[in-house]
Ligand binder design. Sequence first.
Ligand SMILES: Nc1nc2c(ncn2[C@@H]2O[C@H](COP(=O)(O)OP(=O)(O)OP(=O)(O)O)[C@@H](O)[C@H]2O)c(=O)[nH]1
Ligand SMILES: [Mg+2]
Length: 285
Amino acid sequence: MPAFIEIVELLLTPSLPVVIIGLLIIIGAPVLLHLALSTSNTYTTAPSVLLLGPDNAGKTALLTLFERGAAPAQTHTSQVTHDVELNASTDADSKDSFRNHDDTTGTHTKFLLVDTPGHGKLRNIAMGKLARIEKLKAIVFVVDAAALSEHETLAPTASYLYDVLLFLQKRASDQSKKKAPVPVLIAANKMDLFTALPSTMVKSHLEAELTRIRSSRSKGLLDSGVGMDDVGSEEQDSWLGEYGSEKFSFKQMQEYDVDIDVVPGSVTSDTPGADKWWKFIAQQF
Ligand SMILES: Nc1nc2c(ncn2[C@@H]2O[C@H](COP(=O)(O)OP(=O)(O)OP(=O)(O)O)[C@@H](O)[C@H]2O)c(=O)[nH]1
Ligand SMILES: [Mg+2]
């Protein structure tokens, strides 16, 4: 008991060491807490597949289909990212369907499927996620093939895709951080609707619009009054694909180790279904 009283007395007597220790705890604790939280939250270290694409394309519907085996009756516009853990089978025979992912016999690899908001005003959330995932295995860029013939859908879809591909191009050019190449699957969704474009047209529409965006962005730079000497390198930096080429094509991205495939499918109907997309994802593991 006297020892206890002595300690309390010591703590209550103003003295330099006690004040210093007190200050260290008061200042240090929040800093340590912040470090602990920020390192665990902002960096996703599990192997991940990222769902990107404009709003209303069907990303959340697709995530729910892969998670539960059935498409949701209703979805809402996403405002935050959302991860689910799934199993990719690495056995050749059960690779074909996402409906087998609960079956944990055989060899499986756990991975995260990450849904992102597609709305233009929330684009920074998705792009931030893209930059922060450590083990990014693949990107599934979902587009609404049934609305892509309308310019109001094609223009924002292509402009988003431009930013994503440019990010991957810059990442490949950055010698300091050697990263594994990330393949891109363009999931041409809603093929069940009669207005849906066939996947060859989805591809050609997107390539044409990306070409248009590329030339208008480089013109903008020339008009912006940057010194003539700087234009060369800056223009090259934001130019997607083969520099100076007349037309952009997805093939040009192979130069940067980015493989792009356009694959048709549908979340809400079984024909053509989403099996081909699942197969693409499973092949990454
Ligand atoms: N006909 C048809 N409708 C679909 C298909 N896939 C998704 N939808 C519908 O499209 C709408 C939008 O789907 P979401 O999954 O919410 O779209 P999202 O890409 O998550 O959109 P944001 O969260 O706003 O970025 C929903 O009403 C879905 O039911 C499909 O294959 N066919
Ligand atoms: Mg969504």
